[in-house]
Design a protein around this ligand. Structure first.
Ligand code: FAD
Length: 381
């Protein structure tokens, strides 16, 4: 028996840790396309103000992880194919690694913006430590940063950069920030708080083109305006990495389709984290992947365990106006009711039967999180 995990992000390493809690004997191999350094990805969007280098964010190197997990950790090696019949994965180097059970924890790709202009290739994205390093180097001599995308990552970077003293423009097509997490009132409270930090928030527009101008760029917006910047950062969403699974003939929807046991359409192969769609849910956050890692770790060790998803509110690390939110499931009919003033708001979404299905808390109201979530039904019970 041998276990192979592809990916050493939080999903890969946390699965290995959960497995080793129950099984200290079975040979375990982790293989990753990156350097295999263990780090907490959410820290990437709060690191500038704290002047954290990529090295500061590393919690353990691959050798330390190999020792801790009693595992082989193979770094800088991309898996290019899964041979399901032969039960082995093929590496770009031409080597192959056999498995009895395979776990795909390959994460997601940031969506690349479609832009015109001769400097479109200079637009950066930050979804891992290496990209954080490139971004940090780029902003070292810069003063103006333009951010595309008003979601969690765009807003957190805008907050972090503004607090670190940069001049920040935040551009997105929706009417208010965090469109997937918040209704309008709390979203406006966050926008006002970001503007209070000096962030210029441009709603209802997209970035169409980026052209070089001296050491910086000029970005053209869809309404014809032009903004100057030294660095452009795109944070416009993620797409689960499904290609390996798809090419191996596994079922794929938005992410790699898995059931409550995190099993793909091939029972010898599991998937979790940003690459996976668990019982229809794609939730690219830490709490869901931790729940999934505990379940799949136990299952691999012989204790078949279904994942449960309690209410797992998303915390947005915008220090100017913290946000905790749990949006209602898509398609559920109901209505929002809110109270509070300024940036200290609370809202609840109740369905047609009066059941609490979603909520938001902002500013000082985030303290009420435990009280709000206590009576909510789990997502996957
Ligand atoms: P990843 O960390 O992307 O790991 C994927 C791994 O797979 C990597 O090791 C990669 O090298 C490897 N890999 C991929 N393809 C191959 C291949 N073919 N062969 C070999 N290896 C391969 N979530 C929260 O809950 N709260 C937050 O506050 C929060 N803040 C965030 C801030 C930022 C800036 C970002 C980018 C994300 C944030 N998230 C947050 C999301 C959260 O960090 C992710 O959901 C989580 O880290 C994903 O972990 P993962 O292991 O699934 O993927």
């Amino acid at each position: 028996m041998s276990i192979v995990i592809v990916g050493t992000g939080l999903a890969g390493y946390n699965t290995a840790k959960a497995f080793r809690k129950q099984d200290s004997d079975t040979p375990l191999t982790l293989v990753t396309a990156d350097s295999g350094r263990s780090y907490s990805k959410p820290m990437l969007s709060t690191g500038l103000r704290k002047q954290q280098t990529p090295a500061d964010l590393v919690q353990a190197g691959p050798q330390d992880m190999a020792a801790e997990l009693d595992a082989r950790v193979i770094t800088d090696s991309r898996v290019v194919a899964i041979d399901r019949r032969g039960q082995c994965v093929q590496l770009a180097s031409g080597d192959s690694i056999g498995y009895h059970r395979l776990v795909l924890a390959t994460g997601a790709d940031p969506i690349a913006p479609r832009l015109d202009g001769d400097a479109a290739g200079r637009v950066l994205q930050v979804n891992d430590l290496d990209q954080y390093e490139v971004f940090r180097d780029a902003v070292a001599d810069a003063s103006r940063v333009l951010i595309m995308g008003g979601g969690l990552i765009g807003c957190e970077f805008a907050n972090d950069l503004a607090e670190a003293g940069y001049s920040v423009d935040l551009v997105f097509p929706e009417d208010a920030p965090l469109p997937r997490l918040l209704p309008e009132r709390p979203a406006r409270a966050l926008q006002t708080a970001l503007e209070g930090l000096g962030v210029r928030v441009h709603t209802g527009v997209t970035l169409d083109a980026v052209n070089g101008a001296g050491d910086g760029v000029v970005a053209r917006l869809s309404d014809g305006r032009e903004l100057g910047a030294d660095v452009v950062l795109a944070a416009i969403g993620l797409r689960p990495r499904t290609a390996l699974a798809e090419e191996a003939g596994l079922r794929v929807a938005q992410g790699i389709s898995v059931d409550r046991h995190l099993a793909t359409s091939d029972p010898a192969i599991h998937a979790l984290g940003d690459c996976a769609e668990v019982d229809g849910y794609v939730l690219p956050y830490v709490a869901p992947l931790n729940n999934a890692a505990r379940a799949v770790g136990a299952t691999l060790a012989g204790d078949t365990t279904a994942v449960t998803y309690p209410v797992m509110p998303v915390m947005v690390k915008t220090s100017c106006c913290q946000v905790v939110a749990w949006p209602p499931p898509e398609g559920v009919a109901g209505a929002w009711q809110g109270d509070g003033d300024g940036r200290d708001l609370r809202g609840e979404f109740r369905d047609a039967d009066g059941v609490l299905r979603g909520f938001y808390l902002t500013g000082s109201r985030i303290r009420e999180r435990m009280a709000v979530t206590r009576d909510m039904p789990p997502l996957l019970g």
